[in-house]
Design a protein around this ligand. Structure first.
Ligand SMILES: Cc1cc2nc3c(=O)[nH]c(=O)nc-3n(C[C@H](O)[C@H](O)[C@H](O)COP(=O)(O)O)c2cc1C
Length: 201
């Protein structure tokens, strides 16, 4: 898949078919994250892969899904993620600028490679972190930042371009139609891109 296609077509997926993901693929996703830029090249991130059913169910219980469409948009029992990659931060190696940028770069790479491999994903940061850390048995000094839910997609998800006049906090709420298809409004480029000189529209 072309990079461009991956960037444009990736969407957050919150409904998954139940076929397991191959361990080699999950390993590859973490390896992709390892290639990312890192502040001062300190590389403070570690990745915990969760695939075992009982642990998946427990981790699911630590997460909040789909703020705009819950409870409908929350994966039901038959469509939960088949794997998770938990992005953790080794505190002793965090740069003075923090770890958020490293996490962003690493997570985005995982999401894009997952999409390239036909795997749906959802980046989750509404997490009961103490509960998740206990469940994963994380040692002192390693903290959970993000959870990436993964699995083969069971729904279609598309972006919808907003008109320049559509602004404010209401228009950006994503929604699902009666078939479960997911729609994600994206603000108009007109409202986001500002040229400092003539030559672009
Ligand atoms: C930092 C961050 C945190 C997020 N946390 C959650 C979350 O806790 N639960 C959830 O269901 N989605 C979460 N999302 C997914 C967003 O809702 C989603 O990216 C947004 O609606 C845009 O949709 P798209 O990813 O399909 O472009 C998060 C996304 C980001 C970037």
């Amino acid at each position: 898949m072309e990079t461009r296609q991956a960037i444009w077509n990736r969407r957050s997926v919150r409904s998954f078919s139940q076929e397991p993901l191959e361990p080699a693929l999950l390993r590859d996703l973490a390896d992709a994250a390892r290639q990312c830029p890192s502040a001062a090249n300190l590389q403070p991130l570690e990745y915990v892969v969760v695939t075992e059913k009982k642990q998946r169910d427990e981790l699911f219980g630590c997460l909040k899904w789909a703020a705009y469409t819950a409870p409908v948009g929350v994966p039901d029992e038959a469509h939960r993620p088949t794997a998770y990659i938990v992005v953790c931060v080794r505190q002793q190696d965090v740069a003075p600028t923090g770890s958020a940028f490293d996490v962003g770069a690493a997570t985005m790479s995982i999401l894009l490679l997952a999409h390239d491999q036909g795997v749906g994903s959802c980046w989750i940061r509404s997490i009961n972190r103490p509960r998740a850390a206990k469940l994963l048995g994380l040692p002192e000094g390693i903290e959970v930042d993000s959870v990436i839910a993964l699995g083969r997609p069971a729904v279609e998800a598309v972006a919808v371009d907003l008109e320049p006049g559509q602004q404010g906090k209401e228009v950006i709420r994503y929604w699902d139609d009666e078939t479960g298809k997911h729609f994600v409004p994206k603000r108009s480029l007109v409202n986001m891109l500002h040229w400092q000189h003539h030559g672009g529209k």
